[in-house]
Design a protein around this ligand. Structure first.
Ligand code: CMC
Length: 392
């Protein structure tokens, strides 16, 4: 079969068949295993949602209790992983630290038995359990402190905030953080999920799969956009500068961070929920200087770019929520990774069930049968440019 149309970014080209999540970008609908994101955010915990994504059904009470118990039990990191982290430069980005640590787990659990359900279950549990501990540990270590051990009496979200801030979180803060994790847990075939699937298709170990997905999530056009939103709001500085900022973006043809989406042509349903969560937090704990700027920016972008389908995406309001929860800006993307690990693992499992290695084709645009020039006769690109042989 030959398929010759090239679409940059593979836009609109199905890369797989999947029953994990569904997006209707025109109507702003997101469902996990057929269940609306709003319903899950309201009624389920992140771990319950992870179970749904990975195993395909909502767990019974007993199944959920067992899953939660296993995850609690595996939250601790091996001291060698912690020792390894001590060697990381404190100026390094936490996403790089997380990618290295996720890959390192493969050194400790090197048995690769992809046809053994126990191996799959253990990998799911270990990754969901340990990734938050890694993120929190790096944060404390780069400040020169010892990492805080996980607390078995705290649930998933509360325990992460506790390990990060070294104090037990307010129940509302923990609840809202748990909802944020649910909202970020899965989103069809985005760049990092595709990366996870490609890596999974080689039948490598799940730690390598998650490490490659973490590396892909880190970029500013994907998970890294939530950090960029805060830098942008900081740069804008006040409501009266919003229009001038937008003028500058339009002039330079630069993207406004936290806006636009390959699939959504209306406001991302997750952005709507995150905005509500931000407001709940501000009501209880006091407002955020950037929130009014964000709301004014949303309005202005809608006026100018709404007809092009440019609306807030998931990253626009998430940073404001995270700031209020005491999460430092460069941890926003690692927090996204904590949540998205559930989706990556679901796709890893789905890929294994009907695996065929990814091996797309290309449209070759280079020369053919080019003469081989011996090194002593070659000219540097600079010389060629000076001679006008090549154009810049
Ligand atoms: N600001 C201004 N214009 C935009 C933006 C934006 N944020 N996003 C898209 N456009 C315009 C773009 O200039 C282009 O216009 P034209 O057709 O006149 O040249 C048109 O909309 C289509 O844009 P595109 O870049 O071809 O769209 P894409 O589907 O390739 O990219 C995107 C999607 C999310 C990478 C892009 O919207 C973007 O860079 N947004 C800013 C970064 C961001 O917020 N990323 C988070 C994405 S959501 C969560 C995640 O994936 O992690």
């Amino acid at each position: 079969m030959t398929f010759c149309e090239y679409r940059p970014g593979l836009e609109g080209i199905p890369a797989t068949q999947s029953s994990i999540s569904f997006v209707d970008g025109q109507r702003g609908i997101l469902e996990y295993r057929g269940i609306g994101i709003e319903e899950l955010a309201l009624n389920s915990t992140f771990l319950e949602t992870s179970y749904l994504l990975i195993w395909g059904n909502l767990p019974s009470k007993e199944e959920l209790a067992e899953f939660e118990h296993e995850i609690r039990y595996h939250r601790r990191l091996k001291y060698r992983i912690r020792d390894m982290m001590k060697c990381f430069p404190e100026s390094g980005h936490p996403m790089d630290a997380l990618q290295a640590c996720a890959a390192a787990l493969g050194l400790f659990y090197s048995r690769r038995a992809l046809d053994d359900p126990d191996y799959i279950r253990n990998a799911v549990v270990r990754l969901l359990a340990k990734i938050p501990t890694m993120v929190a540990a790096f944060q404390l270590m780069r400040k020169g402190n010892d990492p805080v051990q996980p607390r078995d009496d705290l649930d998933y979200a509360a325990n992460f905030l506790y390990m990060l801030n070294e104090q037990e979180p307010d129940p509302l803060a923990a609840h809202i953080f748990d909802i944020c994790l649910t909202l970020h847990a899965e989103h069809t075939i985005n760049a990092s999920t595709f990366s996870a699937m490609v890596t999974a298709s080689t039948l490598t170990d799940p730690y390598g799969v998650i490490a490659s997905a973490v590396g892909t999530l880190a970029g500013p056009l994907h998970g890294g956009a939530n950090e960029e939103v805060i830098f942008m709001l900081e740069e804008i500085g006040s409501i009266d500068k919003v229009e001038a900022y937008l003028d500058k973006c339009m002039q330079n043809k630069s993207k406004i961070m936290g806006f636009g989406h390959r699939v959504y042509k209306v406001k991302d349903p997750r952005a709507t929920i995150l905005q509500e969560l931000a407001e709940q937090l501000f009501e209880k704990f006091g407002g955020d200087e950037y929130y009014e700027i964000a709301v004014a920016l949303e309005k202005a972008v809608e006026e100018r770019l709404g007809q092009k389908g440019i609306y807030p995406n998931v990253d626009f309001y998430s940073g404001l929520v995270y700031r209020k929860l005491g999460i430092p800006t460069d941890l926003f993307t690692p927090v996204f990774a904590i949540a998205r690990t559930a989706g990556w693992l679901a796709h890893w499992k789905e890929q294994l069930a009907e695996n065929r290695i990814f091996r797309p084709t290309q449209i070759y645009t280079g020369s053919r049968n080019a003469p081989y020039v011996p090194i002593e006769k070659r000219q540097s690109a600079q010389d060629q440019e000076l001679l006008g042989l090549v154009s810049g």
